[in-house]
Write a new protein. Sequence first.
Length: 168
Amino acid sequence: MRREALGDARFLGEIERHLFLVYTGKPRFSGANNWTLFKRHMDGDRILQRFFDRLRDHALAMAEAIGRRDLQEVIRVFHADWLARRQMLPAMTTPAIDAFLRQAMLRGALGGRLCGAGGGGCLALFIRPEARPRLAEFAERFGFRVLPCRIHRRGVVVRGLRDKEIER
């Protein structure tokens, strides 16, 4: 196993300025979704296999976009990944979350997706930084709670024997 750093501090700061996180108040139980996907995969479902191929391609494209410091491509891949997941698992979202995302896109959001295990209660968005106050007000009126978010720059920490910390 090897850790590879993606993005430098300046680019990660640029990404961070565009990130916006809200708690929707609608946590989801992801175990049922995950079990359905696992079972379909084990049964050889070709549609599901193509879906996993798309997710893999999104992960690779995201790593490449970060490596090139291409914020617009990061945002495009981030949102494309959400659209693919939503199409495959429509139950991972709700009409209220979909409505919020549509309206947020009209108010300065550039792309978004649910995050957490299979549709957790948080929605991450990329936004125009100048739209942050407007989006925060809209989120609060919508009944969502704006959460602070930062990109962790320390990296992966593995705890080994005797809980000695090993940085990678």
